[in-house]
Design a protein around this ligand. Structure first.
Ligand code: AMP
Ligand code: MG
Length: 403
């Protein structure tokens, strides 16, 4: 097991250790929010046929250019109808947006540029159509077989449009993992009782569950365990048997009742790392129980949320097969200082300036227990260990709580 790693080392070790969960096929309607685990190719040319982009008439441009202005109408071409055909070069068809161009026609004149005549239409004298106008050509967006979506993208509206338009009824996707949360601590009470003066309400379970849900993890089950090694072992065993990944909060520091690492090891978990050179979140523990990742997060509410967002969410995304998002950066609005040679995760409120630059306003917490100061923050900045002063204008990597 490795201890007291830097943030970069810990990050790398966790990513190297986390398994790739197998893909599965699901019905398209159930695929929202899942990670696509296949490429998607164009089923047909896009668009699949020459289609009108305006309501108007379809005609032969040469007829207009050689002076013809009045056109007899041979029919109405609607969307959803097989294309008709012009019987001769002097004829025209009415046509609707999205309808296939009747064969023989090569140009669309919008309805605003024509007037009705007996049995036909007349193109306004002051209007000069361009040859081929208002036709969205077959294959002009993408050819059949072209790569439209790469694996690793999370399925939202855009991906759903391309999947359904290209006939992918059963996409291969990453799993929606079952995640077990176990918060530990004798001092914790739930919503159903009134805390004594020496007790605190348990908030890490609901907080972590909410953050995970905002990141697309819906199957989250929360449990609580007291600081008792035997009961803790029971709860952990049960949580492991019902989940694909487990996240604990509390009990990973050096206190006499911090039983989590010992119990996990006794239950057969393989410890990978303990303690990261960071604040908050120094005591973080990570290991594997068989194929299941297990994260032991420090119990302080700021620490557990920061560690969840910084390490657990990226690891779960990777296990699902997601491409890692591009790192985001923001510029500090105010100077901050930090003496210890630890990476500092500083809660920030984000905004943009007039040039579109992302700004991070520091919201320092009193301690890792001061979660009241997290209200109205959007995430945190990652400030490197190798300096103590971060002036206004300093640009840092940031992590958003909910994205
Ligand atoms: P620990 O990491 O177990 O030493 O916990 C550190 C501190 O975090 C505790 O003293 C509690 O005040 C707080 N804490 C631990 N677990 C929770 C929780 N589930 N909800 C809210 N606060 C917690
Ligand atoms: Mg504790």
């Amino acid at each position: 097991m490795q201890t007291e790693l830097t943030v970069a080392q810990a990050d790398r070790l966790i990513r190297e250790t986390v398994p790739a969960w197998p893909a599965e096929q699901v019905a398209l309607h159930a695929a929202t929010g899942r990670v696509l685990r296949q490429n998607v190719l164009a089923e047909r040319d896009l668009p699949p046929y020459d289609r009108a982009t305006m309501d108007g008439i379809a005609l032969v441009w040469r007829s207009w250019s050689s002076g013809q202005r009045e056109f007899p109408l041979e029919g109405m071409q609607s969307a959803g109808q097989a294309p008709g055909a012009l019987s001769n070069a002097g004829a025209a068809w009415r046509i609707a947006t999205g309808a296939p161009i009747p064969s023989g026609a090569d140009t669309v004149v919008p309805v605003e540029r024509i007037g009705d005549t007996k049995g036909g239409v007349r193109i306004n004298d002051d209007y000069r159509p361009k040859r081929g106008q208002f036709i969205h050509r077959q294959g002009s967006d993408r050819r059949a077989g072209a790569l439209l979506l790469k694996e690793g993208q999370r399925i939202g509206g855009v991906e759903m449009a391309l999947l359904s338009a290209n006939g992918v009824a059963q996409p291969r996707v990453g799993p929606d993992p079952r995640i077990a949360l176990v918060s530990t601590g004798d001092e914790l009470v739930g919503l159903d009782s009134r805390p004594e003066s020496w007790q605190v309400r348990s908030s890490n379970g609901p907080a972590m569950s909410a953050l995970l849900k905002r990141h697309g993890f819906g199957k989250v089950a929360a449990a609580h365990a007291p600081d008792d090694p035997d009961v803790l072992a029971q709860r952990i065993r049960k949580a492991l048997s019902e989940s694909d990944a487990m996240i604990l909060s509390g009990g990973v520091s050096k206190g006499a009742k911090d039983y989590v690492p010992g119990v996990l090891t006794r239950l057969g978990a393989r410890p990978i790392l303990h303690r990261i050179r960071q604040r908050p979140g120094f005591p973080l523990w990570f290991g594997m129980h068989a194929e299941k990742p297990v994260f032991g997060l420090p119990g302080n509410p700021v620490s557990s949320l920061v560690c969840l967002r910084r390490y657990v969410v990226p690891a779960l995304n990777q296990a699902q097969g997601a491409q890692p998002p591009a790192p985001e950066h923001a510029t500090l609005t105010d100077e901050v200082g930090f003496r210890p040679s630890l990476t500092w995760f500083l809660p920030v409120r984000l905004s943009t300036d007039r040039d579109g630059r992302l700004l991070a306003q520091p919201r320092q917490t009193n301690t890792s227990g001061d979660f009241a100061s997290l209200a109205q923050t959007d995430g945190f900045a990652q400030l490197p260990a190798n300096r103590t002063r971060f002036p206004a204008g300093y640009t840092a990597r940031i992590f958003r709580w909910n994205a």
